[in-house]
Design a protein around this ligand. Sequence first.
Ligand SMILES: C[S@@+](CC[C@H](N)C(=O)[O-])C[C@H]1O[C@@H](n2cnc3c(N)ncnc32)[C@H](O)[C@@H]1O
Length: 284
Amino acid sequence: MGSTRARTPKNFVLDERLERYRDAIEYLPASFAGRWAEACWPLGADGGDRFREVRLDLGCGKGSFLVAAALAEPDVLFIGVDVQPVCIAYAAQRIVESGVRNALVVPGNGERLAHMFAAGELSAITLNFPTPHPRKREAHERLTTVDNLLSFRPLLAADGTLTLRTDSEPLYDYSRPQFEAAGYRARWTSNDTRAEHPDIPWSEYEERLAEQGARVHGICAELGGAPYDEQVEAGRERMLDSLYDYIPEDLYEGTYIPHGMDFAIRNFRNRARNAEMRAKRAGR
Ligand SMILES: C[S@@+](CC[C@H](N)C(=O)[O-])C[C@H]1O[C@@H](n2cnc3c(N)ncnc32)[C@H](O)[C@@H]1O
C-alpha cells in the first residue's frame, strides 16, 4: 500500500532477529503439508493430540491479528505467511513474546501456497488489508485476482471461508466480482466490518488506518460450486483493471482517501480542476 516496506529501527539486524525468534518460524513448510494440525500440537499439552483447525493469515504483516486470533482460540493453529522477511521477523517476535503455542509464521508468497498445504487443510484464509497494487501493470500481484482466488479453492475445507478486509473501497469493488468469478459465495459483505463484526481481531493496518478515519470493507465468502469457464473468463477480463477505474466521481472530497492512493487522488483532483477551468474559459 503506497509503501508496504516495513520500517525498521536503526539498530535492526534482520538475520539476528530471524535467528532470535527462530522457534516461531517454519522454513520448510512443504514437510508439514497435510499434517500441520498434528505436527504442531505442543508436546505434553492437555486435551488432545491435534489442533481443531488450521487457519492461514495471508500477508500477516507484523502479526498482531495472528497473535490476537491465536490468544482467542488456543485450540486452533494460526499460520501467518508473508513475503517480507522483516515482517516475518516482527511477527515471530510477537509470537514468542506473547507465549502463544498455536501460532507460527512461514516466509513465502501467497501466490504459491500449493506446496505448503494439502487439499482441504485450511478452515479459513484471511486477507487483512492486502497490498492493493492500484496500477494496471502490477494488478496481477493482487491477492484477489480471480486466478489467485482459484488457487486458494483446493486448499480450503468444504465449509472453509475466505475473508478479505480492506480500507480501500476500490479494491473491495474490484474484488467482489473476482470472488464471484472464482466461484465463491458471499456469507456476508460489509462496508463497516468493525461495527458489524466487532469480534474480528484488529490488525496493525486496521489500527493505524482507523485512526486516520478509515472504515473497513469486507467480504467473507465460502466455496460455491466450481465456476464455469465463462464465469472465470468474465473475471479475467477485469482482472488487470486499474483500481483508478473504481475511484468515485467525487474523488473522495471531504472523506477518507484509501491508503496509498493520496498521490493519485491529488493528481486526479488537479486534473479535474484544470479541466473545469479550461471549460469555463472556453465558455466565456
Ligand atoms: C498492507 S500490509 C497488511 C499487513 C497485515 N495483514 C495488516 O493488516 O496489518 C500487506 C502485507 O502483505 C504482504 N504481502 C503482499 N503480497 C504478498 C504475497 N503475494 N504473499 C504474501 N504476503 C504478501 C506484505 O509483505 C505486507 O506485509
